[in-house]
Design a protein. Structure first.
Length: 475
């Protein structure tokens, strides 16, 4: 007897999109069969998915819960973005079943302490499954490099690195290229992957100084500071470093410009394992949107770019330079998001985890004619493969976790904040969508069904291991 059977849905599997029945026992998929094959099999529960699409649960490989977004008042603690309990609930309503956040190491502590501290914020709080990228800031001591292999073996094989401090008020985030070089060597020896926020810090800080001196401090000038040229220079610097470390592999986070796409394309053509991530903000908004009311809503770091850059990102999803569409999700109130109005104090990130699948379905499948398989690749499967979650996550196949989304493609409406569970605003307000998740299942348990939430603190931290084929050639 099965615990759950999802019947008659157009199911996206490695063999393509076909009408299939999906049977679940416990937390795993037990069978994916042609309709009627399981008609005589009993199940504790059956969901009829006729006319609907059955997708692997979404994976967002880039979010920031409990992330400092504004400095504290009078020397107090900084204001933080929403925590995992809140964000993961919204994620499940939107069809995302796995989140990857960041475990930030601070000078003076061990990596074990950093990971334990972060895990304590998530364990027993998060409703969906999760993992962390280890994040290194500033000057990296040899002792921390020595601790990296143990952290990787514990299931956290990705390391986040910033090549810029991002804003003048931040002084400890940038990692020097010498330290990056040493980190790459450790990752290459022990099966890791570097996740890079790449901007040329000298140019970024020069442009802050220049624009402030000229009195052009409004946030609408952000593209001049966090520019396509900055992305070009930093990407090529990082890529050349990695290409000179045998076994190094890179995941370039939030690619925002055509220059970044071109740099990835050229490195992949030389045979190097380089992968690009973009955000739905970059694909669907550009610098002109900063001039809309509350235009800070659309901002994250690096800045929005031009229409030509957007076109390059879309081409990258077809040609292979862009593997994943993430959110860089930072969930705050509207008041917090639009509090900063200058190039040097605007809050990055936005509340976008919940509508990601539906927005991208409308844009990819309905508007641009992408196949269901390619859509699933960009919102789930590619992230699972690159980040070392596959085949446990990101695929509908026997033996995989039963993380599934029953997606209703007949829904036609606009995104409205009142329908969401993330924040009191949405940069996607008014965006046309052509489908929405009806049911979200995490490891065999129905977490959301027809607008009702049934899951509480069920999430688990999932150990990851990067496959050799991801690390040795551009897949």
């Amino acid at each position: 007897m099965f615990d759950l059977i999802i019947r008659n849905g157009l199911t996206v599997t490695p063999e393509g999109a076909q009408v299939r029945d999906v049977a679940i026992v416990g937390e795993q998929i037990a069978a994916v069969m042609a309709p009627q094959t399981l008609k005589d099999m009993a199940a504790a529960r059956t969901i009829d998915a006729s006319g609907k699409i059955v997708l692997p649960g979404g994976i967002d490989p880039h979010i920031h819960c409990d992330w400092p977004v504004q400095p504290g008042k009078d020397g107090g603690p900084p204001l933080l973005s929403a925590g995992s309990a809140h964000v993961s609930r919204a994620a499940l309503f939107g069809g995302t079943t796995t989140l990857i956040d960041f475990a930030v190491w601070n000078a003076g502590e061990s990596l074990e302490q950093a990971i334990r501290r972060r895990d304590a914020q998530w364990r027993g709080q998060c409703h969906c499954d999760y993992s962390f990228h280890v994040t290194l800031f500033g000057k990296i001591p040899d002792t921390t490099l020595d601790e990296l292999p143990e952290a990787m073996q514990s299931g956290l094989p990705t390391v986040k690195i910033f090549t810029t401090n991002i804003r003048p008020s931040i002084t400890d985030r940038k990692v020097g290229f010498g330290d990056i070089w040493e980190i790459f060597k450790v990752l290459a020896r022990h099966g890791g992957l570097a996740a890079i926020h790449a901007e040329e810090d000298d140019l970024v800080m020069h442009m802050y100084e220049k624009l402030i001196k000229e009195g052009r401090v409004g946030f609408e000038n952000m593209p001049e500071v966090h520019s396509a040229l900055s992305e070009d220079l930093a990407f090529r610097h990082i890529l050349r470093l990695a290409e000179n470390v045998e076994g190094a592999a890179l995941y370039m986070m939030h690619v925002s410009a055509g220059t970044g796409v071109a740099a990835i394309r050229e490195s992949r053509a030389r045979g190097y394992p380089i992968y690009g991530e973009t955000l739905h903000q970059y694909m669907l908004y550009n610098a002109s949107d900063y001039r809309k009311p509350n235009g800070q809503m659309y901002h994250t770091y690096p800045s929005l770019k031009t229409e030509a850059d957007q076109q390059a990102l879309w081409r990258g999803t077809v040609d292979g330079e862009i593997s994943t569409v993430a959110t860089d999700g930072i969930c705050t109130s509207l008041c917090t998001k639009v509090h900063g109005k200058r190039i040097d104090d605007t809050t990055g990130g936005s509340a976008g985890v919940e509508p990601r699948l539906s927005v991208m379905y409308a844009e990819m499948v309905t508007k641009r004619g992408y196949s269901l398989e390619k859509f699933a690749d960009h919102v789930s499967t590619h992230a699972a493969r690159i980040m070392g979650l596959y085949p446990r996550k990101g695929v509908i196949a026997p033996g995989s976790d039963a993380d599934l989304v029953v997606f209703d493609p007949t829904i036609r409406r606009k995104v409205q904040v009142k329908d969401l569970h993330e924040a009191d605003y949405s940069p996607w307000e008014g965006h046309d969508i052509t489908g929405w998740p009806e049911t979200t299942i995490l490891r065999g348990k129905v977490m959301v069904h027809k607008g009702e939430f049934f899951g509480e603190s069920r999430g688990q931290r999932v150990a990851r291991k990067i496959p050799d084929r991801i690390r040795t050639r551009p897949c």
